[in-house]
Design a protein around this ligand. Sequence first.
Ligand code: DHK
Length: 146
Amino acid sequence: MATILVINGPNLNMLGRREPEIYGSETLDDIIEGLIELADEYNVRLFDFQSNAEHEIVERIHQAMDDGTNYIIINPAAFTHTSVAIRDALATINVPFIEVHLSNVYKREAFRKHSYFSDIADGVIAGLGTKGYQLAFEAAIEKLEA
Ligand code: DHK
């Protein structure tokens, strides 16, 4: 069975209560529940992980080398714009990934326009809210089936 790991970075545990005009009203649990439904429908295994700590995300990515993960969907959140360490972890394990952002980072502050991930990602989705995770999940399944 194919396995997809969904990783969410800092402050995404606050979704629903965090700047809803930017990030919407759905919670992270709502997002993951939607993905669990998709995983059941397509018969894939879903792992999900959220952390506010850079080193924990690095370590979870390392684990993915040995836990059967075939594909990663990651919203690195603020670490998108700062973390060489998480980028290097993804490059280390050689598991393909899609980068997701709820908001359109290109419409926001200048510092959000740079990502340490986009140039090594299979794809990037930004600005489509929670739908972005579903689209990424479906794209990952298509790629795994190809
Ligand atoms: C989430 C965050 O927490 C921000 O730091 C990023 C991203 C954008 C999002 O849109 O999902 O800049």
